[in-house]
Structure formats: structure tokens, C-alpha cells
Design a protein around this ligand. Structure first.
Ligand code: RIB
Ligand code: CA
Length: 318
């Protein structure tokens, strides 16, 4: 089976953790490396979480490199109320045995891309700080990357960080602006599709039929995440944004796409970080990305649950 080689830039984070588990559980994916970034929690914590989640999944051979801890211009904005003080909700993982790479995540990202020209798909599921600086440090990555699949933005959907902005873009809108206008082939996976992918308590109950550290982790981490969604967004369950973006690296047919010119507001006002698609071609600018606007949500959720069941059985305690 041909596998898609991916680099994962991530701020684990509960749904990021589920995306890492999905990558490990999916034979179609060759997870080359993980690069951590600030966002759901500070990058130090995100790095520890990435290492611990890979260990939990029996994938501690995958290298992790620590990236940036601050946005390019904006002040730090973390989401501890959404993901918990340690970034993984109520889940408690053992301290990872492996250390992160000694190299900075941004340098690590450039090296992995440039040593595998045309081979790597970057799946970016946190703020885009690492990616933006990598483009400035080594402009040749623009031609060396196959594509970037970005979990971020909200095109027709309301924001989840402000009424007008999605979290990953709102945290570092200047980085998003640089990536959106880089010329790299981009696929945007916005809240428009990810908020149709809701993990429900019934889904978690199904997974709990398997006695495994994986299902216990999913239960403990998503219970916190569901409480947030219930309290702040009146959702019965939790949006698993990042696993959908990861899944499109090997199952792009789960979504439908339109090509549009998409920009991000960096003017600093009430709509800072807003992402908008030029549906009516007002700007006359060429499309700069594919935007996922439709999703086969139940098919994706079934795929996700089946992959989690498979991983849980492989790592079950009984
Ligand atoms: O808006 C959702 C995104 O912000 C997800 O990637 C979530 O993990 C947070 O980083
Ligand atoms: Ca994330």
C-alpha cells in the first residue's frame, strides 16, 4: 500500500492527540516526524505531550522537535480552558522516556523537507508560527513541499476563538498570512467542515468496550473537551478538528473542495484573524488554496472510530 509521508506540526492539545493516534493507527500514513508549537498549551508542555502520546501508541521511534512558544507579533494566547492545564484534559500520561530532538523544531522542519524534496505532506494542526518562519529561513521549501494541509480558519462558519476567528489562525494571524500567500500548494480544513465531525458520548462508550490504555486516554481527554463544548458552545460531544485534517492526507475523498482566493485579516481590529474566501472574485486574485467545504461526516467518524478500535486492540491490556 503506497503511504503518504507526513510531517505533523501540532499543539497537543486533545484533538491533536487524537490526530497523532490516527496517524499511528493508519497504515496509509508514514509519520516521519512531529514538530510541536504553542497554542492549546505552551510549547514545552505540547512537546512533552507529543512524546508521551507517541509512547502511549507504541510509536516512540517517531522523532519530536520543539518549535516556537510565541506568535510572530501577537501576545501569547493559550487555550487552557479548552484543553486543560496540561493540555490533555483529565488524561494523565507517564513522563516520556525519550527526549525531544536537540534541534529547534523550525530547523528540524526545514531539514526534513529539504532532504526529501517533493515527498513530504505537512499537516499543520496548530498555529502556523513554525511554518511561517521555516518559509523565511529556507524559501526553497515552497517548491520542495508536496502540500500543506491546514486545520484552521472559518470561511462561512463562525469563529471559535472570537466570533470572527478560528483559534489556530487567531493565535498567529501574521504567520497564517505568510503561509496563505507563500505559493505552497495548500488545502484548508476550516471549522465549516470540522464542526460537522462531533465525537459523542455514545462514540466513547463504544470505544470503552475495549479495555486499553488507548480507550482510557480517549475517554479521560475527551471528557474534559466535551465539558468545554457543552458549557461554551452547547454541543453534546466535541469537535475533532485535527483528526479530520490528518485523515485528508490519506482519504481526501472524505471532503469536497473549492478553489478560492482566501485571505486573513491582520488589520488588528475586531475581525483580527478572520479568514475569508473571495467567492465572488471581487479581488480578481487567483485562487491560493483548496478549501474543504463539504464533508462525509459519518463516514469520517466511522473511519476514526474503527482506527481507534484497531489501535486499542493492538495495545489492549487483556
Ligand atoms: O480551532 C481548532 C483548532 O485549534 C484545533 O487545531 C485545536 O487543537 C486548536 O489548536
Ligand atoms: Ca491543534
Amino acid at each position: 500500500m503506497p503511504s503518504t509521508r507526513i510531517l505533523l506540526d501540532t499543539d497537543p492539545g486533545i484533538d491533536d492527540a487524537l490526530a497523532i493516534l490516527l496517524a499511528v493507527a493508519s497504515p496509509e500514513i508514514q509519520l516521519d516526524s512531529v514538530i510541536s508549537v504553542h497554542g492549546n498549551c505552551a510549547v514545552e508542555q505540547a512537546t512533552l505531550n507529543a512524546l508521551a502520546i507517541l509512547e502511549l501508541a507504541g510509536a516512540n521511534n517517531i522523532p519530536v522537535a520543539k518549535g516556537f512558544n510565541l506568535p510572530l507579533v501577537q501576545p501569547s494566547l493559550l487555550a487552557l480552558e479548552t484543553h486543560g492545564d496540561a493540555g490533555l484534559g483529565y488524561a494523565k500520561l507517564s513522563a516520556p522516556r525519550n527526549p525531544p530532538s536537540a534541534r529547534h523544531g523550525c530547523d528540524f522542519l526545514v531539514e526534513r523537507i529539504m532532504s526529501n524534496p517533493g515527498e513530504m505532506t505537512l499537516v499543520a494542526i496548530g498555529p502556523l508560527t513554525n511554518v511561517a518562519v521555516a518559509i523565511r529561513k529556507e524559501p526553497r521549501i515552497v517548491g520542495a513541499l508536496k502540500e500543506i494541509i491546514i486545520m484552521g480558519g472559518a470561511v462561512r462558519h463562525q469563529g471559535n476563538s472570537t466570533p470572527l476567528a478560528e483559534f489556530n489562525v487567531h493565535v498567529d494571524p501574521h504567520a497564517a498570512h505568510m503561509v496563505f500567500h507563500s505559493g505552497i500548494p495548500l488545502t484548508l480544513v476550516p471549522l465549516d467542515v470540522t464542526y460537522q465531525c462531533i465525537l459523542t458520548p455514545a462514540d466513547v462508550k463504544r470505544l470503552n468496550k475495549i479495555n486499553s490504555p488507548i480507550t482510557k486516554f480517549i475517554d479521560d481527554s475527551t471528557r474534559f473537551y466535551m465539558e468545554f463544548h457543552d458549557e461554551y458552545q452547547q454541543i453534546d460531544g466535541c469537535a475533532i478538528n485535527d483528526p479530520l485534517a490528518l485523515a485528508l492526507a490519506f482519504a481526501p475523498e472524505l471532503c469536497t473542495y473549492e478553489e478560492h482566493f482566501v485571505d486573513v485579516d491582520i488589520s488588528g481590529g475586531v475581525s483580527m484573524g478572520n479568514t475569508f474566501a473571495d467567492f465572488y472574485k471581487h479581488t480578481k486574485k487567483p485562487a491560493n488554496m483548496k478549501v474543504a467545504l463539504g464533508v462525509r461526516a459519518r463516514d469520517f467518524m466511522e473511519l476514526f472510530l474503527e482506527r481507534m478500535e484497531g489501535l486499542a486492540r493492538r495495545l489492549s491490556e487483556t
